[in-house]
Write a protein that binds this ligand. Structure first.
Ligand SMILES: *Cc1c(COP(=O)(O)O)cnc(C)c1O
Length: 373
């Protein structure tokens, strides 16, 4: 028999050739094994170091035995009802997704025509770019000013091609907020065909009086989408639950591109139960505040600049290339994020861990920065 050479695989669609290839991050387990570490403190992804509410685990345990075989409720009704009541919005004003990641993607799929532009803060959450490119749109970067989003800059850059403005408040990775006044100043000038996405993944951590209450703004603005998540304060990153809040007209656009069922029964039950655990939330906020304070005291002592943060992470300037120190910390079992990927190569972004994790981090960082070997 004649030996046949295999049929080559077809090319991906043209649009994808303009998008950098995706390389999955190494798993923590893989890193742990490679470095021969017993455990790694995960201070690189802004996860909740206190885990999640015991009520969430309990709710998942008490799900019936049909859980695996049956489709989950596609409308997430129980979670929807509870969250709508909590937020003071109609149930039809909510959309759920497999993390905010999915909702960011869907927003671009629903509202960005190929060739239109996104205004994107830089540095900020990287997926605004991914979502834009996947929809065939162009990226228009808006640099931060003093590590903060300067909404006046966004206003000035709106042009005929602008279709989505992505705003991150508080901003990841810098931890800064913009104020209610600044937001209103921008919204007044945004044409109604432009969608404003407010990514509020760290909403629950922001304690400044000037932090905007954006749900109220929905009375006035039909071009706003607010995105929040159960991944951060509720510690459910593993279950993938994000939600969008907006008026029916804008939510309808997202529903049109959404997969019919994206939340599992497990996710719905855990999220719904988490909403009842006020004690867990205040416990996490308390230790987060305290941990942030402890870190700032060390940075002050070491005379290192840092960016005051309204979140569960903080950026510090090591005044030297932070790459080698990020590696050294990992070798000592602490995973943090080097600033190079944010265009801030002398900085570290550190998730505020448990008191024990913070003590360990401060000890290791002190020895790496200050021992004269
Ligand atoms: C963590 C994070 C998200 C992603 O959240 P998921 O709901 O887990 O997908 C979105 N935006 C920002 C700014 C984040 O930091």
């Amino acid at each position: 028999m004649q030996s046949l050479s295999p049929v080559p695989s077809p090319p991906v669609k043209n649009l994808l050739n303009q998008i950098p290839a995706y390389t999955p991050a190494k798993s923590m387990e893989q890193i742990r094994r490679e470095l021969g570490l017993e455990s790694v403190d995960r201070l690189a992804a802004n996860e909740n170091p206190f885990g999640s509410s015991p009520l969430a685990a309990e709710a998942v345990r008490s799900l019936g035995s049909d859980l695996l075989a049956q489709y989950p409720d596609g409308s997430s009704q129980m979670l929807r009802d509870k969250l709508a009541e909590r937020l003071g919005v109609r149930t039809s004003q909510l959309v759920f997704g497999s993390g905010s990641f999915e909702l960011l993607t869907l927003t671009a799929q629903a509202y960005l025509n190929p060739g239109e532009e996104s205004l994107i803060p830089v540095p900020s959450f990287n997926w605004y770019k991914g979502a834009t490119l996947l929809a065939g749109g162009f990226i228009h970067e808006v640099p931060l000013v003093n590590h903060s989003l300067d909404l006046e800059q966004f206003r000035q850059r709106i042009n005929a091609c602008t279709r989505i403005i992505w705003l991150c408040n508080p901003n990841n990775p810098t931890g800064t907020i913009f104020t209610a006044d600044a937001l209103l100043g921008l919204l007044e000038h945004v044409p109604s065909h432009v969608v404003v996405v407010l990514d509020e993944a760290y909403y629950e951590f922001a304690e400044s009086e000037d932090y905007p209450d954006t749900v109220k703004l929905l009375e006035q603005y039909n071009n706003l989408i607010i995105l929040r998540t159960f991944s951060k304060i509720y510690g459910l990153a593993g279950l993938r639950i994000g939600y969008g809040i907006g008026n029916e007209s804008i939510i309808e656009g997202i529903n049109r591109v959404k997969l019919p069922i994206s939340l599992t029964a497990t996710s719905q039950a855990a999220a719904s139960a988490s909403l009842d655990d006020h004690e867990f939330v205040s416990h996490c906020l308390h230790y987060n505040r305290q941990g942030r304070e402890t870190l700032m005291q060390s940075f002050d002592q070491w005379k290192l600049p840092y960016i005051p943060s309204e979140t569960n992470f903080i950026m510090v300037d090591l005044l030297q290339d932070s790459g080698p120190i990020t590696k050294d910390l990992l070798n000592r079992g602490i995973s943090v994020r080097g600033g190079a990927e944010f265009g801030m190569p002398t900085w570290l972004r550190i998730t505020i861990g448990t008191p024990e994790q913070i003590t360990r981090l401060i000890g290791e960082l002190d020895s790496l920065l200050h021992s004269n070997v």
